[in-house]
Design a protein around this ligand. Sequence first.
Ligand code: PLP
Length: 420
Amino acid sequence: MKQRINPNVAGRGKSPTLGTNELSAAMEAEGREVFRFGFGESPFPVPDVVAEALRQNAHQKSYLPVQGLPELRDAVAQFHGRREGLSFTGEQVMIGPGSKELMFLLQLCLDAEVLVPTPCWVSYVPHGEILGRPVRLIHTTSDERWLLSAERLAEEAPDATPRLLILNYPGNPQGTTYSEEELQALADVAREKNIIIMSDEIYGELHHDGAHQSLVRYYPEGTIISSGLSKWCGAGGWRLGTFVFPEELSWLREAMCSVASETYSTVSAPIQYAAVSAYSGGEEMESYLSASRRIIKAAGNWAAHRLNEAGVAVHHPEGAFYLFLDFSTMAPAIAQMGIETSSVLCEKLLEDTGVVLLSGEAFSRPPEELTARLAYVTFDGSEALEAADGSVDNSFLEKYCPKVVEGVDRLTKWAEALSG
Ligand SMILES: Cc1ncc(COP(=O)(O)O)c(C=O)c1O
């Protein structure tokens, strides 16, 4: 046959996070103790009120509008409006089967160069590559807390070429986020350079102090807020993502809806009806979120502290459930072991300690940089939530997050042995 695969897709493996998850599962099946810090899924259950809403709506069987259930779009608009002190309408909202799909559609519909600060979540760059878009990586540094500065943005967007900037905060994999001043400065440059920003705020509700602020406050006309149920509502498998567009970009929303209508059509009806309850807020949602935040804040800070003490450079997290570890502090000793890339380093760590990390390379960092992501979510979230009434201290972590504690201990011992 003369048919061949699209060269943009040929040779592509699976998303690296899924690969790591499978590898960890296979090792566990062989009876080896494995600390699965590679895959970043919420450890918490779907809140009861939301699960009950799904049960109540199991009978919903009809196709819904491509853009999403109007009631849900209104609830999403109000949710973001409440959080940012702004006013959005349901017309500005688009519901998709996960924010990942919406992001893909965005890159498909927009004819623009894509700017991606790194380290970055694993799928932005493959989206651009699959679609044949020009993608420009902007490597940030540990001194910048792995975040994009306004100065760098100005340098990387020297002319009036149409551009899409992807910003993710609190960030996966770095766990850090932008201050008000940093957002304002980025907004000023974006406005001057006419850059559209896709603001990936999927971890916004998991800011450890509940203090997330969106860039939309400073750049309302050019910011698309991306979010969804996957992280703060423990519902990754429900596949529900949301985009909130500025009025100025309604042409882009319409283009995306047009492609959606020819591809996935609409998100599953029961899921959309159930999601209304998640976005409507209320006491149960608030206490669920507050307990989730206290647990991940305590676990993340404890782990960052231990690793820093052992000589691994890592920033204390401000949101989400990841740490981005930098082993370059011990580069000479690592080089002596014949290790030259982050991927080989992660293999060695897995072999020596049973800890699975995802290499910096997966987050578009240079392969030879000794960085890796640690996701501290290997615990029973239901049990931990029930117990999190009081303070979440070290003894809480030992009791409810024992795998996190032991895995981090093993890593620190490995690093300490190396530092001599
Ligand atoms: C930073 C970031 N953005 C987007 C997503 C995609 O989320 P979903 O497609 O489940 O909405 C993820 C999931 O891991 C993520 O970590």
